[in-house]
Design a protein around this ligand. Structure first.
Ligand code: SF4
Length: 64
């Protein structure tokens, strides 16, 4: 499943990086998905990170 971060919602808390540093990073103050990890949305840790994002900026879905 595709992972994406909505930059309109993200305020750079870094929670996602703290939870899953192998998938998320912070670029210019915003959460981002590391290159090559965009399809790791089925990982339960990624799902938890999405649920735990304080601004619900992490989207999991079949498209971008
Ligand atoms: S947890 Fe959410 S608000 Fe915080 S950096 Fe990640 S995507 Fe942005």
């Amino acid at each position: 499943m595709k992972i994406s971060v909505d930059p309109e919602r993200c305020y750079g808390s870094g929670d996602c990086v703290y939870r899953v540093p192998s998938v998320f990073t912070v670029v210019d103050g915003f959460g981002a998905v590391l290159p090559g990890r965009e399809d790791d949305g089925d990982d339960p840790a990624v799902r938890r990170a999405a649920e735990g994002c304080p601004s619900q900026a992490i989207m999991l879905g079949r498209q971008g």
